[in-house]
Every structure is written in C-alpha cells, then in structure tokens.
Design a protein around this ligand. Structure first.
Ligand code: C2O
Length: 586
C-alpha cells in the first residue's frame, strides 16, 4: 500500500470529459473445467488489477491537468474471490470494478454494453445528478434496464460535491454478484484535509455468498421464510479473503481452491494513511478496526467531519467512512478487521468466519502477525450507526426550517401469493415497466393534474409505487418509522439529508419545534434502528424521481423502496434524451 503510483486518472481536467470507454458487459460462459483454470488466473488477475486500480495512490493533487481516458468492460465469468468458484459478474474482467477517480466539474462518460443474460443499469451512489436524473441508473425509476446485447452511454457532470462514493448495478440484486466499484471525487477544498495524511487508500468491504443472488432470492421471498435473509458464507476485503475449503464436503457441489489469500496492505512506518472504507455488501454491517491502531474518522458518506477517534467503526451497507491511521507502532504485521455484527443475522451459517481480516504489513511480508491483538472493547450486539452526536460536519450548515413533514411506516408482511414482502405504509415496490420518471414527465406535459398534486401521489400504481410529490422547491422532513425487528440502512438518491433526530417508540411531535438545526450531520445513507424512527430533512431542490430505499439487496428486492417526485415545475419542461427513451422500446 506504500507504493507510489501515478494518479493520472485523478487529473481529469475540469469541464473536459473523462472517458471511460469500451464499457462492454461481456457475457462469457465458461465451462467449469475451463473455469477452474480461468478462475485461478482471473482471480490473480482480478486482485492485481484491483490492487493496481483501487488501493494505493499518494494524495492526488487537486489541481487539474490533462484529461485521461480509460476503458471499461464487463463480463460474467467463473471466479473464486475467496477460493470458492462461482459465477461472477465483473466489469472489464475486474472484481471489484475499476476505480473512477475524477475532479469536481469533470464530465464522466461510461459506455456500458450489456452482454449479460439479464438487463443491467449502473447507479452512481451519492451523486446528485442535478439536471440529469435520467443518468441515475435506477431501474423502474429513471430508466429501463439496458437489455442484453445493447449499449448505453452514461454521460453526466459531477457538480457541487466531492468525497467518497461508489457505483453499482441498480437492477434487482445484481450488484451483490460483483458489479460494484469505487468512485472518488476531488476538489480544491480538500487541500487542508490532505495535509492530515500522506497516502490515500480505498478499502472495499463486503459480505459474500457462494451462490448467485438470483439463485438465493426465491428462497428468501418464499412464504414461511419470514424475512430470513441469506446469511453470508464469507466476507471480502478488497475483493478477496481466505476460506477454509475443508468446511465443504466433497459432495457440497462447490469447487474450492485451497490457495485463497487475504488482502495485504503494505505500509511505511511513521506515515499517515487515509483509508476510504466502502461497504459494498448485500446485507452485513461490519465493525471495522485495525489492531493496535486507532482510527480518526474524518468523513462519513461524502461529508467531511471534525476528526473523532474510535477503536471500532460500524459501517452498514452502502455507507462510506474515511479514517486516518498513523503507522506509529512497532514495525511488524497487524490485522485489519471487518467483523460482522452477527446478531443481526436470522440464522447461523456453519461455514462462516465472521471475523474478516486483511494484513497490514510494515515489513512487506505476508507473515501472520504474532503480536497483533483485537481491541478489548466489546463488539456491538445490535446493528446501528456510529452515534450522529459523534459526527459533526467540518463545514457548518444550518438546517433550514421545514415546509412539510411526512411520516412513513416500514414493515414486512406476508402478502399476496404468500410472499414475504416489505412495505412502505401499504405499498410494496416492484420496478415499474415504464420508469416513473418517464411517466411523470409525460403526465405533466399532458397537463394531467394528478401528477401535480402535493403529497402522496395517486398518479402511479399505488400497490407498487409509493411516491411523494413535491411540485415546487420545499424543505421536506420525513419521519421513517420502523415496525420491523431488523435494522435498515436507508439511502436517498440525489441528495444529502440532515439527520435531525432518532429514537424509539412514538416520535413526540411536541419536540419538533426544538430540534437542533445547527450543523446536524449530513449524509446519504443511514441506519434506521430496529423498531426505531429517524427524522431526516432535505431540500427538495433536485428535479426528478428519486429513490429512498433500504440498501440491503434482499430488502430492496422485496419492496422496501419509495420515491420523491421533485420540482415538477422543471420536470414538465424536460425532454428526456432519446437514448434513454429508446431503452423503453427495446
Ligand atoms: Cu447505492 Cu439506490 O443505491
């Protein structure tokens, strides 16, 4: 990790396009016998690629220089990230996907050619897409899936934001099968922050199953399953981990290669490393720690915060944190740990080792540490966020007074056909055939007034689309109230929200007038506690249809998603680009 690397990709010139071309999602079916060899080869290739693209780079200069080109290809392959062979959906033969590192103001072009057997779409998690809602990549909301064999060009400019983001497929639970990658945006305002570290390093964490998500989904949704999410078989750091093959019997049906390895991060003594943690997983919240090294948290999602020191950092699905570590310990090897909060699993998995590890080496060796000790503080027994009171945005903002407040209840219920479905009030989401964005723009243009009412919209199919319509710019409060026994990491597309308050039981509206509005935490993904509520506030200033959903893959697919329709005054003027509309006719 100490290797200095040219960061040409970071130096895209402002206002000049950064080309990420080729974008082929190539679907290659490889027979198992061949797949074995290829799996090994690709595994190695994959990891060295990932190491070359994702991890190490010195602090990039925020000053813009020449633009750079890159290419992207995506395939389905057989590969063994942790030694167990399985089908994997990959971009450019890489898992995790290639790093996109740009400057604020850059235009990003990613041409995706889908050669999978299913549709796909790429979502840029955390980007505002102000004025380009149709580039948000959410199937059924802002686009139809890119059909197998077809290409689609994502083309957008990143304005008004910088920090740690990621991208992933937003088609069904597809991202959990490999279509994920980091996306970092730089800006000149980072200069002071950059003085507090010497190296900038991405660390991807995710839970891992040894089966395709599509194979696990029917069992999960089946009646009688009662929201029993598939328990992961393993966890990955930087797309790799060790797995003990002897846990699988010969007749298990799995092919396991005994040579799987953990990720290794080389460090130099006496340096400061910014680790950008991204949880790209399906279900599992991790507690991240590094033996003998404290973590100074400086960023949550993409919000820079006043540094706060912790030993362990909880990170739920789709959240990002930057922490700074100081390599000021005895020159040796230490464990980096991403420990699964297994109390949130509804079952046991006998093959799972929930203490996912990677190696931090001062000595450039892969020897197991001899003097590395986990922190003695207990692991969390519940899935919850680092307390918002510990997170104070470095850039002070006052939350504006709200114009409107809404409350939604979330729950799981055995619904029609005895499927276990997730509900926002009484709506359980499924992806609309005609994206809700297209429906809204067409309806507004046709002067269909049902698309222009304020509040819960009746313009869409109510059984599957819970849409709150905010015709003109307003500041919105949303109380998300959970009637469910599980924790849910909720993400709002296209915005950051203020975390105004959270608690258990009934929200006391008498306290509403006295909420702290001075610089509450801002982020885009937060955990709603089991049987808890959280009040978020945001400026509904971004025209479009924006998803708000639980980011646990299984839960989104079972319907835990609602939408905001914002700025209908602008939507009514929109002409959706023809290539986006063309996806609807394919
Ligand atoms: Cu990471 Cu709907 O998004």
């Amino acid at each position: 990790m100490a290797e200095e690397k040219n960061t040409s990709a970071a130096k895209g010139s402002n206002h000049r396009p950064l080309l990420l071309f080729g974008g082929v999602i190539t679907f290659v079916i490889i027979a198992l016998a061949l797949g074995l060899g290829l799996g090994l080869g690709l595994k190695h290739h994959t990891h060295s690629e990932a190491a070359a693209t994702n991890p190490t780079s010195p602090v990039p200069s925020p000053s813009p220089t020449a633009p750079s080109d890159a290419s992207e290809n995506v395939h389905e392959i057989q590969a063994a990230p942790d030694g167990v062979l399985r089908p994997l959906l990959v971009i450019n033969g890489q898992f995790p996907g290639p790093l996109i590192r740009v400057n604020r103001g850059d235009r990003v072009l990613v041409n995706v050619t889908n050669q999978l057997s299913n549709g796909t779409a790429l979502h840029w998690h955390g980007l505002y897409q102000n004025g380009t809602n149709w580039m948000d990549g959410s199937v059924g909301i802002t686009q139809r899936p890119i059909p197998p064999g077809a290409s689609f060009l994502y083309n957008f400019t990143i304005e008004g934001q910088y920090g740690t983001y990621w991208y992933h497929s937003h088609y069904s639970s597809q991202y959990t099968d490999g279509i994920v990658g980091p996306l970092i945006v730089h800006a000149p305002e980072e200069a002071t922050t950059q003085e507090s570290y010497d190296f900038d390093q991405i660390v991807l964490l995710q839970d891992w199953c040894h089966d395709l998500s599509a194979a696990l989904m029917p069992g999960y949704l089946a009646s009688g399953s009662e929201n029993t999410e598939p328990v992961p078989d393993n966890g990955l750091i930087q797309g790799t981990n060790y797995f003990n093959c002897s846990l699988y019997a010969d007749d298990s049906g799995y092919t396991c290669q005994d040579n799987s390895t953990r990720a290794t991060f080389e460090v130099t003594e006496g340096k400061r490393y910014r680790l950008r943690l991204i949880n790209t997983g399906a279900f599992t919240e991790f507690e991240f720690s590094i033996d003998n090294h404290t973590l100074s948290v400086i960023e949550a999602d993409s919000t820079l915060v006043q540094p706060v020191t912790v030993n362990r950092l909880p990170i739920h699905i789709a959240q990002r944190y930057s922490v700074i570590i100081h390599t000021n310990q005895t020159s040796a090897n230490y464990w980096m740990r991403a420990q699964m909060i297994t109390h949130c699993f509804s079952d046991d998995n006998p093959v799972l080792n929930p203490d996912v590890q990677a190696l931090i080496t001062y000595t450039n060796t892969t020897d197991e540490p001899s003097d590395s000790a986990d922190w003695s503080t207990a692991l969390d027994l519940v899935c919850e966020d680092l307390s918002p009171s510990m997170l104070t945005p470095a850039l002070v903002e006052i939350a504006p007074p709200p114009d409107k407040a809404f409350r939604v209840d979330i729950s799981f219920q055995i619904g029609a056909y005895a499927l276990d479905r997730a509900y926002i009030n009484s709506t359980t989401w499924t992806a609309a055939k005609v994206p809700t964005l297209n429906q809204a723009v067409a309806g507004l243009k046709a002067d269909n007034s049902t698309f222009n009412v304020s509040g819960l919209s009746s313009a869409f199919d109510k059984a599957s689309q819970f849409v709150i319509s905010i015709p003109e710019y307003q500041v919105i409060d949303l109380l998300i109230n959970s009637l469910d026994e599980g924790a849910h990491p909720f993400h709002l597309h296209g915005h950051q929200f203020w975390v105004m308050a959270s608690g258990f039981g009934d929200f006391d509206w008498n306290s509403y007038a006295t909420l702290n509005t001075t610089n509450p935490m801002r982020r885009d993904t937060l955990t709603i506690d089991a049987y808890g509520w959280t009040l978020i506030r945001f400026r509904a200033d971004n025209p479009g249809l924006w998803a708000l959903h639980c980011h646990i893959s299984w839960h989104m697919e079972s319907g835990l998603l609602m939408q905001f329709q914002s700025r209908s005054d602008i939507l009514s003027q929109w002409i959706i680009p023809s290539d986006v509309l063309a996806l609807c006719s394919s």
